[in-house]
Design a protein around this ligand. Structure first.
Ligand code: ZN
Length: 257
């Protein structure tokens, strides 16, 4: 008979209050995919879990399998706290976009996506050192949108790839023509030529080159792709349209970030 307790490596994606002292956690786990768990007494100052179960925390969790949807946290070991991402407003907003993307793209329990999980943990390691956006002359850009950060655009394109919604970019996704490619069709799942652009999103040359660069390079090189402002906006538009078409959802964190 299967044991009712198990351990798994996990990242806390969302944490909701439950009653006086408890929290409900939604986590992405390496071995079991998305899981829901109750952390009892976690909001008490003397909680044995301390501050180890905050959103973006990378942990080794010990869980007791419940009868319903929710497991119970019985132990937690901190692998990476990522407090440097949580304590900076810009980095936190970037991180929460990634957390929501994981929640919405991989909603099924016991449906592991180790490649997506590894991309997420790599993303969080890089997020801890992410500089705030600066102009060409080195001054900080005041109202820079976290949703347009190359690192989180790169992660989301990779997650779309893992989810099976790979944007096809090298040739027209409808007819295979080499180009020129002017638009992105969510129905076709990629860039399309002029002849197949009806109902598709207009894609600038910057946007097409930016998406190709982000998909080809590792997360650590997202900042070196040289995304322009227009290219970033086009990437976000393609990601948003892909979520809507394939999953029927929009990210709330992007609307506010
Ligand atoms: Zn075509």
């Amino acid at each position: 008979m299967a044991t009712r307790s198990f351990r798994t490596e996990a990242v806390v994606l969302r944490s909701l209050r439950l009653g006086e002292a408890d929290r409900i956690l939604h986590v992405a786990s390496l071995e079991h995919g998305r899981l829901g768990a109750v952390a009892k007494g976690v909001r008490k100052t003397k909680s044995k879990f301390g501050a180890r179960l905050e959103p973006l925390s990378h942990v080794d969790l010990e869980l007791h399998r419940g009868r319903g949807d929710l497991h119970t946290v019985t132990g937690v070991e901190l692998l990476h706290s990522h407090h440097r991402s949580r304590e900076d407003g810009y980095r936190l907003d970037v991180g929460l976009v990634a957390a929501e993307a994981m929640l919405r793209l991989f909603p099924e329990e016991e449906d592991p996506h180790p490649k997506a999980f590894q991309a997420l943990t790599r993303f969080l390691d890089l997020l801890d050192d992410l500089p705030r956006p600066v102009d060409a002359d080195g001054t900080r850009i005041a109202g820079a949108r976290p949703a347009l950060e190359p690192l989180v655009l790169s992660l989301q394109l990779k997650l779309l790839w893992v989810a099976g919604y790979l944007p096809h970019l090298g040739s027209c996704a409808e007819c295979g023509a080499a180009g020129p490619l002017h638009s992105f069709s969510t129905r076709a799942g990629g860039a399309v030529c002029q002849r197949h652009a009806e109902g598709a999103i207009t894609l600038s040359p910057d946007g097409l080159a930016g998406m190709e660069g982000l998909l080809r390079r590792p997360l650590a090189e997202a900042g070196g792709v040289g995304l322009t402002a227009r290219g970033s906006r086009d990437c976000l538009a393609v990601i948003t349209a892909s979520y809507e078409f394939n999953g029927g959802f929009r990210l709330r964190t992007v609307a506010s970030a």
